[in-house]
Design a protein around this ligand. Structure first.
Ligand code: OVP
Length: 410
């Protein structure tokens, strides 16, 4: 029986029950009114439709992340409970794992993606950002309405990140299809999932083929995973699975992180003016966009024991939905949370998670965000919407398919 039609467990007596569907088209199109209802109903709520708990306030989201022994990842970080349902794909060795298994994988990935290593990419990433923004600005100078997604937010991560992993150029569109699939798979088996999963076989085959050592350029992130296997830190069988994590988590996230940041700046001209006046604000502006419009909106945990959270008694084996994007707009944590303000200190937001599973790629993601926004600040005087953006609904990612923009060259 699938997650949607599974009869929900009885509502617990001590937790407010809500009929909100966080995976409906209406919710995914504009989640913010329902985020407010979820945050204000209580620190822990019960979503009757799915028979799951939810946390939408900053303090409880952080508390769930902090107690990784009680709120585990090994039963899946989506709606599906891997103790009861077969995972959509073989489990990720880092995302869908707990210590000590998680620790081994994390150690290898954290070294490959360390600040020291990523500093070595800065020049290349910055040059590509300047060039790509330059091409978009040239089209705008010739009078064109440009597409911020198709001309920048998608092609930029699709170029620099797979280059760093050491992937060939051919067939990279599979990375976007795969991302859409696996991030939909964290939600229920709804229409969004069905549509993405229709292409699962050829896309998965392409991904797994490109996780093999002979497809990866020597010295790239992918090859460095195999060198960790050579050194005995991980097994040879684990290596392609960790490369798969790069290809799973490294593109759709940054594509939409950049897309959402562009949308924020287009919709808030005074904030863009501040960035333009001081391109040194680019990193902070990207962080604020990640708070304000988190690319990854939700993740789940599963309780490994009976636990009390903010006064709610939650039984072992329960699924808990963490609404990261709602926590990021909790007035208990931030003054004027619904205001996009690139001058604010947004650190502590949940857009990269927190605790032992906090985004291991965030150094790369922040580098991409910083150099793209800095290139815009140097080359573009004003950014204006030239029509409504088209959303691409996804069960987990806040995604944009297309965003017409009018740019004034600097
Ligand atoms: C955002 C993430 C997302 C999807 C897949 C994986 C990680 C993975 O490890 O495969 S983190």
């Amino acid at each position: 029986m699938d997650s949607v039609t599974q009869p929900a467990a009885a509502a617990p007596a001590d937790v407010p029950a809500l009929d909100i569907d966080p995976f409906s088209a209406a919710f995914l199109t504009d989640p913010y009114p329902d985020h407010e209802r979820l945050r204000e109903a209580g620190p822990v709520t019960w979503l009757s439709r799915y028979g799951i708990y939810a946390v939408a306030r900053h303090a409880e989201v952080r508390a769930v992340f902090a107690d990784h022994a009680t709120f585990v990842s090994s039963a899946g970080v989506g709606l599906a409970n891997f103790h009861k349902e077969t995972p959509f794909r073989p489990k990720s060795l880092i995302l869908e794992a707990d210590p000590p298994d998680h620790t081994r994988a994390r150690t290898v990935l954290a070294r490959i993606l360390s600040p020291r290593v990523v500093t070595g990419l800065r020049e290349t990433f910055a040059a590509e950002a300047e060039a790509m923004v330059g091409r978009m600005v040239a089209r705008a100078a010739a009078g064109a309405v440009v597409d911020g997604i198709k001309e920048l937010a998608e092609p930029y991560p699709l170029k620099v990140f797979p280059d760093a992993v050491g992937l060939e150029a051919e067939g990279r569109e599979n990375l976007l299809l795969y991302g859409d699939m696996i991030f939909n798979a964290f939600g229920p088996r709804n229409e969004l999932f069905a549509r993405a999963a229709a292409k699962v076989q050829p896309v998965t085959a392409w991904i797994m083929q490109h996780c093999a050592r002979d497809h990866l350029r020597p010295g790239g992130f992918g090859d460095l995973i195999y060198r960790a296997a050579d050194a005995g830190e991980i097994s040879v069988a684990e290596a392609p699975m960790l490369v798969r994590s790069f290809l799973s988590a490294g593109v759709d996230t940054t594509v939409n992180g950049l897309g959402n940041a562009l949308l924020c700046l287009a919709n808030h001209p005074a904030e863009y003016a501040k960035l333009r006046a001081d391109p040194g604000l680019a990193r902070q502006a990207f962080d604020e966009a990640t708070r304000f419009e988190a690319a990854v909106q939700t993740f789940f945990r599963t309780t490994s024991r009976d636990v009390e959270l903010a006064g709610a008694r939650i039984p072992a084996g329960s699924k808990i939905l963490m609404l990261l994007a709602a926590a990021n707009r909790d007035h208990r944590q931030w003054p004027d949370p619904a205001r996009f303000d690139i001058g604010r200190r947004a650190t502590g937001h949940m857009g990269f998670g927190s605790g032992i599973h906090a985004c291991v790629g965030q150094v790369v993601a922040r580098l991409e965000g910083e150099v793209v926004l800095a290139a815009l600040a140097r080359q573009v005087a004003t950014i204006e919407p030239a029509g409504e953006p088209t959303r691409r609904l996804n069960n987990t990612i806040r995604a944009i398919a297309s965003m017409p923009l009018r740019l004034t060259p600097a």
